[in-house]
Design a protein around this ligand. Structure first.
Ligand code: G3I
Length: 488
């Protein structure tokens, strides 16, 4: 753990989808009154680092469940917690947190697969090929155990040096070769293809030598096809905020990765609420900033002790910083690629549904406006015949109404058979016109028909324009997974 002194010196509806769970999504109000509702309205999550041991504290859990829809294990998924002896894995704390998240409609950020700190003693004493192999095995085992349950993993944590070098931090992992980070990302992707894979670090709160070093690594990874989806900005802050905080987030987003504020806490004092507000506004202004996590719930839960760095005081009361964040969330712009797991569907919005396997959009063939017209996939063009609104049928089911025709998705002839065609038909609110949303992690969901229990899929996993859309037994294939991209 780095010294706090160094850190401060550098300070320059919400009902959610969770892996394996299907839930009702309530229509959104216009200005949320909780962090999670306000963030969800803007297509983002609001999370907290959680110490599993505190889940028995009712005040703590009360705040967690009412205000947050994402959790990060503060320590429970780290190497020293999950592999105390080499090859012997224990997931008790992490599993407990995942179940709490699933039971309460929260998504989970996994933290952290590889880090120079908090290594078990046996790994600290290793080097070279033996350490490299052990590290990659660790990534594979842990990511496999939690496969399908993690929204985003901090695959590698804090691998860059502080100061002006812009280079890597020296560590036993770094000494196994500069490619250790990409090896870790590749192993994580293979183990859990549905999780977003993040690089996470601190003192990256503006454009500086360290953040630029990371920026160059991400650019290199993207150019060479190394799987990286996101960058976490820990944002352990002092009494000032870098003026180019937002610009720094944006330059990473422009590389084609999501950005997330992953461990936010701010030194107490007259500027605390302002800084919290500024960080939140910066995230809201960057469309690929998918969410914010504070590193703990109440001041008394924080690793920063007397800094009183969080949004709730030690008695669980909301602080000025809380109001500042809530106002910033409510004033923010809507993320155009909503919703990530942990958020709801906005029944006033229009969405394009993009298939995970083909990258093509759910489409009414030949822009038809008649009953019985077939539904296909086509290259996304955002035409009105590719836009759909979720109309609430109650009990967690929705009709999907075409913006062009006003008709709804319908399983033809109320069929319950595999491969029955999906068509559009006049809205009669029939059960064959109603679908529930099942989360597939990574921001994708399946549409399950109420009458048949089958999933809407692209037949034969076609990737071609015109590929048929049918219903088929729900097996979670990528051709059954759709991303909701908000376009109106
Ligand atoms: O559980 C033991 C307890 O039995 C023992 O009596 C006590 C003695 O101090 O220590 C307890 O373990 C501590 C653990 O936190 C739980 O409280 C560890 O010593 C302590 O090192 C550990 O600190 C954590 C730190 O990471 C190191 O892993 C903090 O809780 C955690 O907030 C902090 O989080 C890190 C992020 O992972 C990465 N970014 C920076 C951030 C803050 O340092």
């Amino acid at each position: 753990m780095r010294p706090k002194k160094a850190l401060l010196a550098t300070a320059t509806l919400a009902v959610a989808l969770t892996a394996g769970m299907t839930v009702a999504l309530a229509p959104m109000a216009s200005a949320g009154t909780t962090l999670k509702a306000s963030a969800a309205e803007k297509g983002r999550y609001f999370g907290a680092a959680v110490a599993t041991g505190k889940l028995s504290n009712s005040q703590y859990v009360g705040i967690l469940n009412s205000e947050f829809n994402s959790v990060t294990p503060e320590n429970e998924m780290k190497w020293d917690a999950t592999e105390r002896s080499q090859g012997q894995f224990s997931y008790t704390g992490g599993d407990r947190l995942v179940s709490h998240a699933q039971a309460n409609g929260m998504s989970v950020r996994g933290h952290a697969l590889l880090w120079h700190a908090q290594q078990p003693p046996w790994a600290q004493g290793m080097s070279g090929t033996a350490l490299r192999n052990a590290a990659i095995n660790h990534v594979t085992q842990v990511a496999t155990h939690f496969r399908g349950k993690i929204y985003a993993w901090d695959v590698v944590n804090e691998a860059f040096a502080d100061g002006g070098s812009g280079g890597r931090r020296d560590s036993n992992l770094q000494r196994t070769g500069n490619d250790w980070i990409e090896a870790a990302f590749r192993a994580a992707r293979a183990a859990d293809p549905g999780a977003k894979l993040c690089y996470n670090d601190y003192n990256t709160d503006g454009i500086n030598a360290k953040s630029t070093g990371i920026y160059n690594m991400v650019r290199d990874f993207k150019s060479r096809g190394v799987p990286i989806d996101c960058v976490g900005f820990q944002s352990h802050l002092g009494t000032t905020l870098a003026g180019d905080y937002q610009a720094n987030l944006q330059r990473f987003a422009d590389l084609g990765v999501d950005v997330q504020i992953t461990e936010l806490d701010v030194m107490t004092g007259s500027n605390q609420a302002n800084i919290y507000g500024s960080v939140t506004r910066a995230c809201m202004a960057v469309s690929r900033c998918t969410g914010i996590t504070t590193w703990g719930v109440r001041d008394s839960d924080s690793w920063r002790g007397s800094d009183n760095a969080l949004l709730f005081d030690g008695s669980g009361n909301k602080k000025a910083a809380y109001t500042s964040v809530l106002n910033a969330l409510n004033g923010g712009s809507t993320n155009p690629t909503t919703p990530p797991p942990g958020t709801g569907v906005d029944t006033t919005a229009w969405y394009v549904l993009v298939n995970r396997n083909s990258g093509k959009a759910l489409d009414v063939y030949e822009r038809s406006t008649t009953d019985g017209a077939r539904i296909d996939q086509w290259a996304r063009n955002d035409g009105a015949w590719q836009q759909w609104q979720f109309v609430d049928s109650g009990s967690g089911y929705y009709r999907l109404k075409s913006r062009n025709s006003g008709k709804v998705l319908d399983v033809a002839n109320r069929s319950t058979a595999d491969s029955a065609p999906v068509v559009q038909w006049s809205d009669g609110n029939g059960t064959n016109q109603q679908f529930r949303l099942a989360d597939s992690s990574g921001g994708y969901l399946r549409l399950i028909n109420r009458n048949s229990g089958k999933a809407v899929e692209v037949q034969g996993s076609s990737t071609a324009d015109g590929g048929n859309v049918v219903q088929y037994a729900d097996w979670g294939g990528t051709n059954q997974q759709w991303q909701l991209v908000r376009v109106g």
